[in-house]
Design a protein around this ligand. Structure first.
Ligand code: ATP
Ligand code: MG
Length: 511
């Protein structure tokens, strides 16, 4: 250990306590001074040996990390509010990068991006401390995305299936239900083997509170970890949060487990990155973002992976969230994220206003790898609806103003309206895979075409209740008799809740 004077030792002691880490060693030989401090950034002189991203400790126990290294000064990003850091304060390097506690001790907990508890619970029992920046698995270390990650949302699982190890962007305007989709996916893991990490970046504290409360109420808390840097947190903490979340989730991936990480949201993270860059005088680029904003998000999301069998076969699925302005998907950050991820779920304000929930734009959304991971049974029955639905949306536009006389077109529109009714789904009513197959098979056989549209929601609600109590089964492949049995279940349910279907039900989809 380097020899340090007693004062440096004392403030390091306070930092160790603040960071809940015992292994920090100061660079005892060099003590720098703060030249100026403002907006969460401190300019420090007298630390020529400090390296990029090195953890720095200030006199009052506040910590920070080195972000830019100039010839005679460095810029340090403060990780706490740093109110006591002032010009003249002393600083020392630690020869260390930022690390977060990882391990099962975090399950069910709410922590800040340095792993300090925010939930008034006991101190976190860490299995290890891992750096927040870790290399993404190489190509050789990866395997194909081959098994599904069920979100319980019929429209997602049927049309934009997610695979374990995939990265799928959730993108849309303000208040269009982005967070709700991610939270539904988290809650749906309560009966699965997937661990969920929810990272809040720059969200209002009340919104985060609501997410945590709903996950707790729906009994998924034990499988969940919350990493929170709300809008009130320092820019440094907000910047660190997604990286810390990934490190925490990777612990499970690297041990052969499966994890899901939600980052809510990367638009705010990009804004924080821009803020820090401008304050440290990096040259601004497009929309004033620094040139490396793409690289920051790419290296972050690249850490989502399905690992090869040799490495345990674990997976980490990422659901980053991005906010658009007036539906503008071609703005800088949304296009960046769209090109980094393996697909996007696009939410639309107009659909939301028209009461379609989730308000997913089926035309713009896509999942580029999940289709291969989808269960064959679900793929069988879901194959047709995308086309039917797209045709219906066009027909609906054309026939909006005129009466339709053609019975074929009328039937097509009636069927489309039923697809739409089936695909909308209230929050926290996840459907199991077998229930989804049953519903779509029944849709294909025209069971719903004879029901009033309002009754469809009731049928789905009944099934969701069953899914909640009886989640285990899942049908992998569909044979004729199973299909007939499933359709029959739905038909009986339909008789229960709505107008009875006719004696001889129509076969196949209407023309
Ligand atoms: P923000 O931009 O503020 O983060 P957001 O896009 O994350 O918003 P949410 O907060 O998830 O949107 O949802 C907005 C509102 O829509 C909430 O009141 C939520 O309850 C409601 N909502 C979302 N999805 C559904 C759904 N499937 N059924 C009913 N209500 C829903
Ligand atoms: Mg939100």
């Amino acid at each position: 250990m380097t020899k340090v004077d007693s004062e440096t030792g004392a403030w390091l002691e306070r930092s160790r306590a603040a960071l809940a880490r015992t292994d920090l060693v100061p660079r005892g030989e060099a003590v720098g001074r703060v030249v100026s401090v403002a907006d969460g950034i401190a300019r420090v002189s007298g630390l020529p040996d400090v390296r990029l991203d090195e953890l720095l400790v200030f006199e009052d126990g506040c910590s920070g990390f080195a972000r830019t290294l100039d010839a005679d000064e460095i810029s340090a990003v403060l990780l706490d509010d740093g109110l006591t850091v002032e010009a003249g304060s002393r600083v020392t390097g630690t020869n260390e990068v930022m690390r977060v506690p990882v391990g099962p001790g975090l399950l069910g907990r709410v922590v800040d991006p340095l792993g300090r508890p925010l939930d008034e619970g006991p101190p976190i029992v860490a299995e290890a401390y891992q750096p927040i920046e870790r290399a993404a698995p190489s190509i050789i270390d990866r395997d194909l995305v081959a098994s599904p990650l069920d979100t319980g949302l019929l429209v997602v699982d049927a049309l934009f299936a997610l695979g374990r190890g995939q990265r799928e962007l959730i993108v849309g305007d303000r208040a269009t239900g982005k967070t709700s989709i991610a939270v539904d996916a988290i809650v749906n893991q309560k009966h699965s083997d997937v661990i969920c990490v929810y990272v809040a970046v720059g969200q209002r504290a009340t919104a985060v509170e609501r997410v945590i409360e709903s996950v707790r109420q729906h009994g998924a808390m034990e499988r969940c970890i919350f990493v929170v840097a709300s809008a009130a947190a320092s820019p440094g903490l907000q910047w660190v949060a997604p990286f810390a979340g990934f490190t925490i989730a990777e612990y499970f991936r690297d041990r052969g487990g499966h994890a899901l990480i939600v980052i809510d949201d990367l638009t705010k993270h990009a804004a924080t990155h821009r803020e820090l860059a401008l304050l440290t005088r990096e040259p601004p680029g497009r929309e004033a973002y620094p040139g490396d904003v793409f690289y920051v998000h790419a290296r972050l999301l690249e850490r989502a992976a399905k690992l090869s069998a040799k490495l345990g076969g674990g997976s980490l699925t990422a659901l980053p969230v991005a906010e658009t302005d007036a539906g503008n998907l071609s703005a800088y950050i949304p296009t960046n994220l769209i090109s980094i991820t393996d697909g996007q779920i696009v939410l639309d304000t107009r659909l939301f206003a028209a009461n379609q929930r989730p308000a997913i734009d089926v035309g713009l959304s896509v999942s580029r790898v999940g289709g291969k991971a989808q269960r064959p049974a679900l793929r069988d029955v879901a194959g047709r609806i995308r086309l039917d639905y797209a045709q219906f949306l066009e027909l609906e536009m054309f026939t909006r103003f005129g009466g339709i006389s053609d019975t074929r077109v009328k039937a097509q529109i009636a069927h489309g309206e039923r697809i739409r009714a089936l695909l909308s789904q209230p929050r926290f009513s996840g459907l199991g895979p077998d229930q989804q197959v049953a519903l779509l098979a029944a849709l294909g056989d025209g069971v719903f075409d004879v029901l009033p549209i309002g009754a469809i929601a009731n049928v789905r609600a009944r099934l969701a209740e069953q899914a909640a109590t009886d989640p285990a089964k899942s049908i992998e492949t569909l044979d004729e008799s199973t299909r007939a049995r499933l359709v029959e279940t739905i038909r009986r349910l339909a008789v229960d809740v709505g107008k009875p279907p006719p004696e001889t039900p129509p076969q196949g989809t209407p023309p």
